[in-house]
Design a protein around this ligand. Structure first.
Ligand SMILES: Nc1ncnc2c1ncn2[C@@H]1O[C@H](COP(=O)(O)OP(=O)(O)OP(=O)(O)O)[C@@H](O)[C@H]1O
Ligand SMILES: [Mg+2]
Length: 335
């Protein structure tokens, strides 16, 4: 006797054109009914154009027909909104009251660290006018989809990425939009993208506390916020601004990360505080949240970012990020 579990297991082998994850992980399987030797499978057609649907249909039929005791395999496509498909456990927003402090870098390293723990991870690049995630990951392909949804592009190590750059004809096309359009794009990255089943979605929030950041906190169900800063003079004000914003929107601040904290010179085994004395502990107090870590200035890291090779960065200094975040979020959830 064929069971639903057996059929669903087969569906895990069915790849979706334009995506690396299978039907089941993308959440596209909407129902399986079995009557005698006949199996009927209902699939969401979301983000699949006609050609992709035809391919998925053939692949599904072939995969399921391999089971013994299966006679006819019927496939039905239904239109479902991405928001009904997506199952995302935690959404973490990376913010700062200031530009250029390393938000995109921390977002990327965090996603990489979580992925290395074997989790399903996505990055939503909410910086519409200055997207930098695809460049750091060396993603040159474009996102695919249909009128009903967009499929994220997958990085080399399997992180799902959506960014304005992946939708533009050329990398250097300028997006010259006003606030309302930017907000609309951010909302669409949440609502119209087939994220499927994810453990973590990391949101790279644009700099400052203006419109776009507000949209992220308003229209995306953010589980918690992480604030990035550097040890420079205006740090306290920058951190306070971001904290105030998170608090106003009733989002918990999970922790703070100090970037460019120090420069380590191995030859003399010395740490130099290039941008001044670390303010990490004080900022953690200001934010009323733990210090999740301090990242050094690492020329190797800057080079890997420029080469689009950030996923090959191996350093102990950020492995803790994943661990701290998992811990913070499970504590917050328990509360
Ligand atoms: N710890 C570090 N070591 C070396 N280079 C770094 C470090 N942090 C950031 N950089 C470099 O500085 C640049 C700016 O970082 P990043 O793009 O992450 O900042 P950002 O806060 O996202 O900026 P924006 O506000 O423009 O979005 C990047 O090109 C990155 O390579
Ligand atoms: Mg950035």
């Amino acid at each position: 006797m064929v069971t639903e579990a057996m059929v669903r297991k087969c569906l895990q082998e069915v790849g979706v054109p334009g995506a690396t994850r299978n039907l089941e992980k993308l959440g596209l399987v909407r129902g399986v009914t079995i009557s005698g030797k006949k199996v009927k499978i209902t699939l969401a057609s979301t983000a699949l154009n006609n050609e992709a649907q035809a391919q998925v249909k053939v692949r599904t039929q072939e995969a399921v027909a391999k089971l013994s005791d299966v006679g006819r395999v019927e496939i039905e496509f239904v239109e479902v909104r991405p928001s009904e498909i997506n199952q995302i456990n935690y959404v973490v927003a990376i913010m700062s009251g200031k530009g250029g402090v390393g938000k995109s870098l921390v977002s990327s390293l965090m996603a990489i660290a979580l992925k290395r723990q074997g989790l399903e991870v996505g990055i939503l690049d909410a910086d519409i006018t200055g997207p930098s995630i695809p460049r750091m990951f060396g993603i040159a392909t474009r996102a695919s989809g249909s009128h009903s949804g967009i499929l994220p592009v997958v990085s080399r190590t399997g992180i799902e990425v959506i960014s304005m750059n992946l939708l533009l004809p050329e990398d250097d096309t300028a997006v010259i939009w006003r606030g309302p359009l930017l907000s609309k794009a951010i909302t669409q990255f949440w609502q119209d993208v087939v994220w499927g089943k994810l453990d973590y979605l990391v949101v790279d929030v644009p700099p400052g506390t203006a419109d776009a950041s507000l949209t992220v906190l308003q229209s995306i169900p953010v589980s918690g916020v992480i604030i990035v800063f550097t040890p420079q003079d205006l740090t306290a004000m920058i951190v306070r601004k971001a904290v105030n914003m998170a608090q106003k929107m009733s989002k918990p601040v999970l922790g703070v990360v100090e970037n460019m904290s120090f420069l380590y010179i191995p030859e003399i085994n010395k740490r130099i505080e290039l941008f001044g004395k670390s303010k990490a502990q004080k900022m953690a107090q200001t934010a009323g949240a733990p210090l999740l870590g301090q990242l050094p200035i690492d020329p190797e890291l800057a080079k890997l970012c420029d080469e689009g090779n950030i996923e090959s960065y191996s350093s102990e200094s950020f492995a803790f990020l994943a661990q701290s975040i998992i811990q913070m979020l499970s504590q917050a959830a328990a509360k």
